[in-house]
Design a protein around this ligand. Structure first.
Ligand code: ARG
Length: 563
């Protein structure tokens, strides 16, 4: 059992030199529950207070306000807290039920903006599983920001500019067809791109043709721009289908191209600070003043073309000016780690005080049934196919368990997509992991559908009971429910921790823990028995369902009421 708010507050009142967080980190569960529900060790205070730990524990117990507890006792160097289970049960369940879908929210952010650079796939290519990770981690962090009182701004920094568009335009003009693109845009554009690379292997002059078309595009050639805009629009249509299925919306689709006219300013700023140097015809910023080991940041190429880095500098400055963010998060895979270290280093050298608020939220690689993906080779696992397969798997389990369910198809979609998203978020962000759909869509085990199923079970109990829950009068046999109540009480602190660590997996793991405790309780008790505790048990069921639903919604997963 983790830390309890009442214990932290009681300790803080008598230990004013420690922060609530410092105290909370020290509070532990005693190995033997006979010793109490929570314990606070005093060893580390001995040095500061110049007293023996035993004495400190005894003295503090004298001062602590014991009113919220069954008792508080000093046992050697520990202060042991025995919680008042009835009072805490009543307090917790009332808190959940009166807050409803607002339970767990706090206002630490006080409405300040947090920008999240997330998803950001590259136009004319299918969205990869890496982009899936960025999309769902970004979305969950945006939801967590909101739970913590911030205003999230979700930005899709589309990869819609770069030499590859020159190649694509050349390929399209030389052997492409409008009908073919219209019929299946991304697949066709990807095919042209792959063909271009195959042909360029035989005939390297193609690369020059590609570069020439990109130069035209950068110079504003109308035909090049028309094709570019068309490819972008068609790609966006396909991406939007995926975002819709995942229930994810963006506040901005300002991609790389958006910064075309905003990069001169960056170059000027760098010049003003004397940061630009020439190196073999290119313009670079030496980052060794920040860190010896950093490679210089490339600002302009030999041919004068600007770069990924220059666009990101322009974007960072634009975002500060437009949103005045408190934090600017970039949810991008670990392979771009150095890029973001460089980005931050340049902003620091520019003397921008908010450079410290820029954070790279890195994540691990995923493989799909053991397979890596490479767009160059056209060897890709399409996200759409993954979602379709997950849908089918979910549907077949629904057909087995609940064949008469109304709107099966919609529930199968919520369960299938939910399974994929949950599995992604349940793993620690920086871990690499493999995706095996058969495992992920199961209704048992550590899966999204397991949590959804638990919630649907809770909902079905409430339907069967058919009476409204009275939030004021809650009595329960706490020997069976204490575990659930303490987990529910920990939700607000969990929301804080998940956001502060930028770690949605904290919420996914929490949901699994709560679902497991609830299922254990369900298996061992007659919830609907007509006795004096019926209302208390129903209150508990409702509070569990409320909290599971919030946890799932933070992760971007639906909570169907029946499945
Ligand atoms: N389009 C890039 C890619 O697919 C990701 C962009 C990340 N965001 C950024 N501001 N650089 O690799």
């Amino acid at each position: 059992m983790a830390t309890n708010q009442a214990v932290t507050s009681a300790l803080q009142a008598v230990l004013p030199d420690m922060t609530a967080e410092e105290i909370a980190n020290k509070v532990e569960a005693p190995k033997d529950t006979k010793m109490g529900d929570l314990a606070f060790p005093t060893f580390t205070l001995a040095k500061v207070l110049k007293k023996a730990p035993q004495q400190i524990a005894a003295d503090l117990v004298e001062q602590i306000d014991q009113s919220g507890f069954e008792k508080v006792v000093a046992t050697g160097p520990y202060i042991n807290f025995f919680l008042d289970k009835q009072a805490m049960t009543q307090e917790t369940l009332t808190a959940v039920l009166t807050a409803g879908d607002q339970y767990g929210k706090n206002n630490r952010g006080q409405g300040q903006n947090i920008t999240l650079d997330m998803s950001s796939p590259n136009i004319a290519k299918p969205m990869s599983m890496g982009h899936l990770r960025s999309t769902v981690i970004g979305n969950a962090l945006a939801n967590l920001a909101e739970e913590n009182g911030y205003q999230p701004v979700k930005i899709n920094h589309l990869g819609d500019w770069g030499t590859q568009f020159g190649k694509l335009i050349y390929a399209y003009k030389t052997w492409g067809s409008e009908e073919e693109v219209k019929a299946d845009p991304i697949a066709t554009l990807l095919k042209y791109y792959v063909e271009f690379h195959d042909k360029a292997k035989e005939d390297p002059s193609l690369d020059d043709e590609g570069r020439a078309w990109f130069k035209k595009l950068e110079d504003g050639d109308p035909e090049a721009k028309r094709l570019w805009a068309w490819f972008r629009e068609e790609s966006l249509k396909e991406f939007t289908e995926i975002y819709d299925r995942l229930g994810i919306e963006f506040d901005s689709f300002n991609g790389e191209a958006f910064y075309n006219d905003k990069m001169d300013k960056v170059v000027e700023m760098l010049e003003e600070k004397n940061l630009l140097q020439e190196s073999q015809g290119a313009q670079i910023v030496d980052l060794s003043p920040i860190n010896e080991n950093l490679t210089p940041a490339m600002i302009k190429r030999t041919d004068g073309a600007t770069l990924y880095m220059t666009r990101d500098l322009a974007a960072a400055i634009y975002r500060k000016e437009t949103y005045d963010f408190a934090k600017s998060l970039y949810v991008v895979g670990g392979e771009q780690r150095e890029h973001f270290v460089q980005l931050k280093a340049v902003l620091t050298l520019l003397g921008l005080p908010w450079a410290d608020d820029v954070e790279h939220i890195s994540f691990g690689l995923i493989t799909f049934n053991g397979k890596k993906m490479s767009t160059r080779k056209g060897d890709v696992v399409l996200l759409k196919d993954v979602l379709d397969d997950a849908h089918e798997l979910a549907l077949s389990q629904i057909n087995e368990k609940n064949p008469d369910l109304a709107n099966k198809d919609q529930v199968a979609e919520e369960v299938g997509a939910g399974a994929v998203v949950f599995h992604d978020l349940m793993n620690d962000r920086t871990n690499n992991f493999d995706f095996n759909l058969g495992e992920v869509v199961r209704f048992e085990g550590d899966t999204g559908p397991y949590v959804q199923y638990t919630n649907a079970r809770a909902q079905s109990i409430l339907r069967k009971a058919g009476v409204a829950v009275n939030e004021g009068q809650i009595s329960l046999d706490d020997s069976q429910t204490w575990d659930i109540v303490t987990t529910l009480a920990n939700f607000p602190a969990t929301v804080v921790r998940a956001f502060d660590h930028r770690e949605p997996s904290v919420i996914a793991k929490y949901a699994l823990t709560l679902a497991r405790s609830f299922n254990k309780y369900y298996a061992n008790s007659k919830i609907l028995a007509e006795d004096e505790n019926l209302n208390g048990r129903l209150a508990l069921v409702k509070a569990v369902s409320t909290t599971l639903t919030i946890a799932l919604s933070i992760l971007g997963v639906q909570a169907p009421k029946e499945m």
